[in-house]
Ligand binder design. Structure first.
Ligand SMILES: Nc1ncnc2c1ncn2[C@@H]1O[C@H](COP(=O)(O)OP(=O)(O)O)[C@@H](O)[C@H]1O
Ligand SMILES: [Mg+2]
Length: 246
C-alpha cells in the first residue's frame, strides 16, 4: 500500500513563560492510503499536538512531513460542536464556506453524505433535534465534505455515553471505509482502537514517542462493535495494555 504521509523525526517543544515543554520526540510514522490508524497514549503525551502539526495549525520544531503538494486535511477537533443556530445542512457545509469552495457540486456532495448516512429528514432542522450520535455524524460529514486526503479525528467519541459510542463507531467506520478516507484517530480507549483500526500506534508518556505499532488482524472487521467479540480481541487488548505507559 502507498504511504500518503511520511512523518520523520518529528519533534515539538512548546516555549512558554514557565519554560520549555517537550511535547513530541522524534516521531517517525508512515500513514498508508485508506487505512485507519489509531494513536493511543496517556493524556498529555502529545497526541493532539501531533495532529495539529499534521494539519498545519501548529509549527513543528524539527523533522519532516512529506505529502503531495495539494494535500488536504480534514481535522475534527476534540469537542467539535455543531452551531445550534445553523441548520444541519448549513452546519455540514460550513467547512466548504470557510474554505470558499462552496460550489454547487461540493454542496451536492455534502447533501449526498447527509442523505446517505441517515440524516435525510434533517437537512433543514437544527442540531437540537438530533441525538448525540447523529450530531457526531454531522460533524464527521462536515469534515469529509471538503474531500480531504486524510481525516484527523481527535477523540471523536469522548463526550458520548458507551452505547452511543458503540453505535457511532460502527457508523463512523462505515462512512470512512465507503468514502475511502485515510484516517488517523486518537483515542484513549483501547477497545475502541482495536475494534475500529487497521493499525494502532502506542505513544509513550510525554515527550511522546512512538513505542510500537500493531497490525490489528481480526476475522471480520466490518462492524467494529462486533469486533469486541472476536477471539483475537483479548489478545490485542492484553498486548496493548502491557505496552501503554501507566
Ligand atoms: N499551545 C500549547 N502551549 C504550551 N504547551 C502546550 C500547548 N499545547 C499543548 N501543550 C502541552 O504539550 C503537552 C502535550 O499536549 P497534547 O498534545 O494536548 O496532549 P494529548 O492530546 O496527548 O493529551 C502537554 O504537556 C500540554 O500541556
Ligand atoms: Mg488531546
Amino acid at each position: 500500500m502507498n504511504n500518503i504521509l511520511k512523518i520523520k523525526d518529528l519533534s515539538k517543544t512548546y516555549n512558554t513563560k514557565l519554560g520549555c515543554i517537550e511535547a513530541l520526540n522524534n516521531i517517525t510514522l508512515n500513514i498508508k492510503e485508506n487505512e485507519i490508524i489509531g494513536i493511543i497514549g496517556n493524556s498529555g503525551c502529545g497526541k493532539s499536538t501531533l495532529l495539529s502539526i499534521i494539519a498545519g495549525l501548529e509549527e513543528k520544531t524539527s523533522g519532516t512531513i512529506d505529502a503531495k503538494n495539494d494535500f488536504k486535511v480534514g481535522y475534527m477537533l476534540q469537542n467539535d460542536a455543531l452551531f445550534p443556530w445553523l441548520t444541519i445542512l448549513e452546519n455540514a457545509t460550513l467547512g466548504l464556506k470557510i474554505k470558499h469552495i462552496d460550489t454547487k457540486e461540493n454542496i451536492e456532495y455534502a447533501k449526498y453524505l447527509l442523505n446517505t448516512y441517515g440524516l435525510k429528514d434533517f437537512l433543514n432542522k437544527y442540531p437540537n433535534s438530533l441525538s448525540g450520535g447523529m450530531k457526531q455524524r454531522v460533524a464527521l460529514i462536515r469534515t469529509i465534505a471538503i474531500k480531504p486526503d486524510i481525516l484527523l479525528l481527535d477523540e471523536p467519541f469522548s463526550k458520548l455515553d458507551l452505547i452511543t459510542r458503540l453505535d457511532i463507531s460502527d457508523d463512523v467506520y462505515n462512512i470512512i471505509k465507503k468514502e475511502k478516507k485515510t484516517t488517523i484517530i486518537i483515542s484513549h480507549d483501547l477497545g475502541e482502537c482495536i475494534s475500529l483500526c487497521d493499525r494502532v500506534a502506542i505513544m509513550s508518556k510525554r515527550p511522546g514517542k512512538i513505542k510500537k505499532i500493531y497490525d490489528i488482524k481480526l476475522s471480520n472487521k466490518d462492524i467494529p462493535s462486533k469486533n469486541r467479540l472476536d477471539e483475537k480481541f483479548p489478545y490485542y487488548y492484553n498486548k496493548l495494555w502491557k505496552e501503554i505507559d501507566k
